[in-house]
Design a protein around this ligand. Structure first.
Ligand code: UN1
Length: 507
């Protein structure tokens, strides 16, 4: 068996992580071969509270640094990410099991959001609003909010942090990050890159307060401290709907803000007018890429009955031939599941699909002889008689449930008839269908695409979804507003005091 711990350590050293950060009680396993590649420490309650206190202290100073200057720190972070791209991408592949191209793509997404945030740092603008009173002006101002907590998942171990951190930092907020306990090494690497950027920033004249970026490794208990702490004004949490429900309720109880990015159960509709070549590639990447472990993974497919047999036959042959294997080797498109529990959940979902009349192609474990402690699986295509049972759930594995439809509006209704509302797609060359899909009567998801798959969003748009997906928006567009507080200001530059709504109060 190849020893990945040596390579992981050398990548971490390249990225600036000191060896003494690599001791503790929390074992880190690579899903590539199941090997324990390092250990890190679980933050104690005391460490977490101290970290939050230092972030809160940092807020007092950072909120006063002009936003474009804050943007300069993020620009430097983007430079460090560029310099560390190949090492960090490789570490993502080792720790999260992504293909080389997807590991690098994840780092590219981080660079992209840094660039976006740098521009944004000069565009944190409010409105000027007409007032009903003479010699008055009304406007809105956006201010830093406070300590921002980030809870992220294993599948995008670093990009999701960067979406939040880059925006939070230019918005004037310190960041406290609790990464997945399955992927703390890439988090340590990001923290080291942040410190490199911070040192360069400080050398250019503006002090970086301690606590501007705090990393707390550990499990659920550490996340709970973040969620319950009164000095954490916003928590952006990515993960399961169950996690988000608990987090959302606890934040609501103390009137703190939440950005929730939870489960997706994304669907695509392939219509008779579709460019089937393009649809095939779009469906294959969205359903099998990242071994089905994206929140945007395509999980349900509605195919029109006029093209069903031909299209599904071609899809099945793509499923049979897609290369499954070590993500550290170029050419393998489907890497491992994150762990044994993910494999069990996948097999259980396939069992319940079979019990409902589902016909399963693939779905079996592969390479167990070579990889006894890693969980590679042939992606599963399941032809379902109807949308029921496991089709309504998000199983974080490469399972695509395929269903036949004959009426477009009915297909759209079925695509909307699940509890989740993240991403959706239609493959069509029929302008009317495409526009109907995007209209108020169409997809109810936060992301609705035409002639591309459900996954692989760019950072320029707001990212997130409706219903049990949690309603949060991260990344581009005006998602930054979620990280700031808005003040409405009315200024009287006249010599009298007219009251709004014509009210008089003459003393
Ligand atoms: C996630 O799976 O949590 O749209 C995020 C995508 C990526 C982000 C996925 N840009 O697939």
């Amino acid at each position: 068996m190849i020893d990945l711990s040596v390579e992981a350590r050398s990548l971490l050293a390249t990225l600036g992580v000191a060896d003494d950060a690599l001791t503790g009680d929390l074992p880190v396993r690579s899903p590539v071969n199941g090997q324990e590649i390092a250990r890190v420490a679980t933050a104690t309650r005391q460490m977490a509270c101290d970290g939050i206190a230092s972030a809160h202290a940092a807020f007092q100073a950072w909120r006063l640094v002009p936003a474009p200057r804050r943007g300069e720190l993020v620009r430097l972070l983007g430079e460090e990410l560029r310099a560390g791209k190949s090492a960090l991408g490789r570490l993502v592949s080792i720790e999260a099991g992504k293909s080389p191209s997807e590991g690098l793509g994840e780092v590219q997404e981080m660079i992209d959001i840094c660039d976006f945030a740098v521009g944004l740092s000069r565009q944190l603008h409010g409105l000027t609003i007409a007032t009903e009173r003479p010699d008055h002006r009304m406007m809105e101002t956006w201010h830093p909010l406070g300590v921002t907590g980030v809870i992220s998942a294993f599948n995008f171990p670093v990009a999701v942090w960067s979406w939040n951190a880059a925006l939070a930092l230019v918005c004037g907020n310190p960041v406290v990050w609790k990464p997945s306990e399955k992927t703390p090494l890439t988090a340590l690497a990001c923290q080291a890159l942040f410190h490199r950027a911070a040192a360069r920033f400080a050398a250019s004249g503006t002090a970086v307060p301690d606590g501007l970026s705090v990393l707390l490794t550990g499990g659920r208990a550490v996340g709970e401290i973040l969620v319950d702490h009164p000095d954490v004004k916003l928590v952006s949490a990515t993960g399961s709907t169950d996690m988000g429900r608990a987090v959302g309720q606890r934040l609501a109880a103390r009137f703190a803000r939440a950005i929730l990015e939870l489960g997706g159960n994304n669907a695509a509709i392939v219509t008779p007018s579709a460019d089937l070549e393009l649809a095939l590639r779009g469906v294959a990447f969205a359903a099998m890429g990242t071994a089905g472990q994206r929140c945007t993974t395509l999980r349900r497919l509605f195919v029109h009955d006029a093209i069903y047999d031909g299209f599904v036959a071609r899809l099945k042959s793509a499923y049979a031939t897609v290369t499954v294997g070590s993500p550290l080797e170029e050419g393998n498109l489907v890497g491992p599941l994150i762990d044994a529990a993910a494999m069990d959940r996948m097999q259980r979902a396939l069992e319940s699909a079979r019990a409902l009349g589902g016909v399963v192609t693939g779905g079996h474990r592969e390479g167990a002889a070579d990889w006894p402690d890693a969980y590679y699986v042939r992606p599963a295509l399941v032809e379902m008689p109807e949308q029921a049972g496991p089709v309504l759930d998000e199983t974080f594995a490469p399972i695509l449930y395929v269903m036949k439809y004959s009426d477009f509006d009915r297909a759209v209704a079925l695509q909307n008839a699940v509890p989740q509302g993240l991403s959706s797609a239609v493959f069509t060359t029929d302008l009317r269908q495409a526009e109907r899909f995007l209209s108020a009567a169409g997809s109810d998801c936060g992301i609705a695409n035409v002639n591309i798959g459900t996954s692989g969003a760019e950072i320029g748009g707001a990212f997130g979804g409706e219903k049990e997906t949690g309603g949060g928006r991260e990344s581009g567009s005006d998602a930054w507003k979620g990280y700031m507080r808005r003040a409405t200001n009315t200024i009287n530059y006249g010599t009298t005091l007219p009251l709004a709504q014509g009210v008089s109060f003459d003393i």
